[in-house]
Design a protein around this ligand. Structure first.
Ligand code: HEM
Length: 507
């Protein structure tokens, strides 16, 4: 499974690189698939409310009311109907891509298993929502869906096999129809909202809205599609007649051809098997997490920056327990901590100029990679630097493998995330033998730990605490982020060489 994931990861990185050539990276749709799905749901909700105004919730009234919208009030209700359908289809596409991406980019294992596992039932809910929606039109497609669904339900042992006969005889009642309408309009959407709230509950600072240009582009695309190819119904239901030609919505109704060809048992078997496989993926293989961050209260001033910066909401502030001056202290929930180290980069005490002749302690840090260990590594690598244009490179283990850049004039340190780097370390490096510092990490917009890139950028530009000291010469600091793909490795090498030459023409 790991081999499949790695291949998929390379494919996703290549597609994203391609898109980055067409969009600015902040607008790359692949970086906003979760929030794009929310946006599509908004369109579905608003258009659904409008369509509901004209919809008749009865077996006899449903079809004519939908036809009225499409043909009589095509200029608004018809467009709304089309938007409702196409935004639902777009949501399925974005959910599917979101799921693939989270898997390929390895965001589904370890501490992040929870978001994955709660994502899986949303697939079922969304598909059932779509199916009940098609049912409500009560045309020949709805009849086909009703019959095939009944076949599937009747297949389940313990359930009396009567449903299919009801639909064959066209005996659907208004009560049953109202139940479907209730499920589609209220029951399933409420369940979906609850599930999605659970889905994102362990991630902090989520942007639920895609960037405005992306949202506008997505909306206009759906609108144009609605005008060019309005959603239409099939012919009305005819008792005792099976429809000969159907235009299936493959995004929602793909299970039914399977029922036709292989029978309901196989359809159940395949969908249950796929679900079981998805549910097992976070443990195929399980991820070995490093120990969680630890707080050293004697070195913590209670500023709360670590809690603000943690991308997983694993740090919260509580009343101080050691009687020191500040009101609050951080506490780490180890079940949410991915050990990315961003908190130790955000701690003002992670200053390598402190405790010069003793073990450096800081307010919060990784027990397996302390700030003192980082300072020692930096110190020994600086000692080995020689020649002109000496540069220290700080990389991230999820971006390019920086160890390949090492040479006598280039020292490298790889971090679990570039966000672990305290800005004062740059000053330290420049004062202790390097002429320049290059900070790299995952590709822009694609940080493995969500905010490592953003926080680093903001700390270095002075927009976020702890800031890079004003005295640091900015011309000696470069940020250049790439993923570990061949073209980008080359780009980073070239950037590094150009930087070294700018520091010392003889480099
Ligand atoms: C209705 C469908 C869904 C919506 C609206 C949705 C939305 C979101 C959003 C907004 C995030 C936060 C992204 C961020 O800010 O970093 C997220 C995270 C995540 N989603 Fe979904 N999601 C959906 C379905 C799924 C499905 C089907 C799966 C997989 C089975 C999934 C797996 C994940 C994972 C693993 C994360 C965590 C990513 C991380 O920790 O960086 N989601 N989702």
């Amino acid at each position: 499974m790991e081999a499949v994931r790695r291949i998929g990861n390379n494919i996703i990185l290549s597609i994203e690189l391609l898109l980055n050539n067409g969009f600015p990276s902040r607008l790359n749709p692949f970086y906003h698939l979760g929030s794009l799905t929310f946006f599509f749901f908004w369109i579905v909700l608003v258009s659904g409310i409008y369509v509901f105004i004209f919809f008749e919730t009865s077996v006899a009234g449903a079809y004519p009311s939908v036809e009225y919208m499409t043909h009589d009030q095509w200029w608004l209700a018809g467009i709304m109907r089309s938007l409702h359908r196409y935004a639902s289809d777009a949501a399925v596409i974005s959910i599917f891509l979101h799921m693939l991406r989270e898997f390929f980019r390895d965001h589904h294992r370890g501490v992040r298993w929870f978001s994955w596992i709660t994502g899986v039932p949303t697939l079922w809910l969304v598909v059932i929502l779509g199916i009940t929606g098609y049912w409500l039109v009560w045309d020949q497609l709805a009849q086909y869906v009703a019959l095939a669904t009944a076949e599937m339900v009747d297949w389940i042992p313990m359930i009396p096999s009567v449903m299919v006969f009801n639909f064959l005889d066209n005996q659907i009642t208004d009560r049953f129809f109202t139940l479907m309408a209730f499920l589609h309009l209220l029951g399933l959407p409420v369940a979906l909202v609850f599930l999605l709230w659970t889905h994102v509950s362990r991630i902090s600072q989520i942007d639920f809205n895609p960037p405005r240009p992306l949202a506008t582009g997505a909306f206009l695309t759906l609108l144009v599609l609605s005008l060019v190819k309005p959603a239409v119904s099939h012919a009305p239901v005819q008792a005792g007649h099976s429809p000969m030609v159907l235009n299936l919505d493959w995004f929602y109704l793909n299970i039914y051809p399977l029922v036709d060809v292989m029978g309901p048992g196989w359809a159940w078997g395949i969908s249950t098997g796929v679900t079981a496989l998805l549910l097992m993926l976070p443990w195929m293989p399980a991820k070995k997490e490093q120990p969680a961050a630890e707080v050293n209260l004697e070195h913590c001033n209670g500023c709360g920056q670590c809690a603000k910066d943690c991308p997983y909401g694993s740090i919260s502030m509580r009343r101080r327990t050691d009687g020191k001056k500040s009101e609050f202290e951080p506490t780490v929930n180890p079940t949410l901590c991915t050990a990315c180290g961003i908190c130790s980069g955000s701690c003002v005490s992670s200053n390598p100029f402190r405790m010069a002749n003793a073990t450096l302690k800081t307010g919060i840090e990784m027990p397996w990679f302390t700030v003192d260990a980082l300072r020692q590594e930096v110190k020994s690598k600086l000692g080995a630097l020689s020649g002109a244009g000496r540069v220290m490179v700080f990389g991230c283990e999820h971006g390019m493998d920086v160890t390949t850049l090492q040479d006598p004039g280039v020292a490298v340190v790889s971090l679990p995330c570039s966000g672990m780097l305290p800005p004062s370390m740059l000053d330290y490096v420049l004062k202790n033998g390097a002429e320049g510092v290059l900070v790299t990490g995952c590709r822009d917009g694609d940080c493995y730990h969500r905010f490592g890139n953003t926080w680093t950028e903001q700390r270095l530009s002075g927009e976020r605490e702890p800031e890079l000291f004003k005295r640091v010469d900015r011309a000696r600091v470069v940020e250049f982020r790439v993923s570990d793909s061949s073209g980008e490795r080359q780009a980073l090498r070239q950037r590094l060489e150009a930087f070294r030459r700018s520091l010392s023409p003889s480099a």
